[in-house]
Ligand binder design. Sequence first.
Ligand SMILES: [Zn+2]
Length: 283
Amino acid sequence: MTREFRFDPFTETSVHIVADRQNRPNLPSSGCPFCVGGLEAPENYSVHTFPNRWPALEAGYCEVVLYSPQHDARLSTLSTENIAELVDVWAQRTTALQALPNGECVVIFENNGAEIGATIPHPHGQIYAFDHVPQRVAAQLKNNWFPDADPGDRLILERDGWRVWAEYAAVHPVTIRLAPINRVADLPSLAPELRQSLAPVLHEVFSALDNLFEDLPPYMMWWNQAPRSHAEWPDAWLNMEIISPWRANGVPRYIAGVEVATGEYFNPVDPADVARRLRDAMN
Ligand SMILES: [Zn+2]
């Protein structure tokens, strides 16, 4: 089975050929593997991490993070104490994976919703530690990414050191960014107060997202944080991106041929409108 990292120098595209992953199950045949007593969580837990049985990286590490033992929970329904524990675990795993030989760039992410390929509904995310800094991460570091200082009508929430806004050049119908107002390089560097204040902010943002449409929208989220080689990236600024492909209830926007062809996107939704609706969904 082919398993190889390949780079197309003409389009500057990186691809992991992971043909052996075709054999992984789409859905477990019996029971939820993430519920207490299941295959991946034999013992009682509150937040639990373990290595992914079907790692996608040929060099580097892949882990799964279970947010809660409650099968039907979401970030919007977890207590803020639970979310604070999750933030601590994200930080701890970042430090632990960076200590391993190939743990150069730790990316924490979640796919939520069957529509975007989340095969198990139990609340969970994943962590990939790359042995290199992937291109999109590197581009933001090279360009000294920093939070939108004046998002105006795209502002969604600002509280206790955190700012949340709809992105100016939003690629997807829902494209949200969240960051500490003052620079912090990565999750392990977050001061205890900021970790504490992050939990209710995340709770509120994901609740608003869940209320944005009649049904629960599929979404993806991920953290951008400094790679292990901090010294090379003195301006690295921790932030989270949250995106949903829905442009209306149950209606995903598909990426069109011209967008794949050109790398230029056509978004039918005004980011200021998304921000207003998310603000309304919080009240
Ligand atoms: Zn479960």
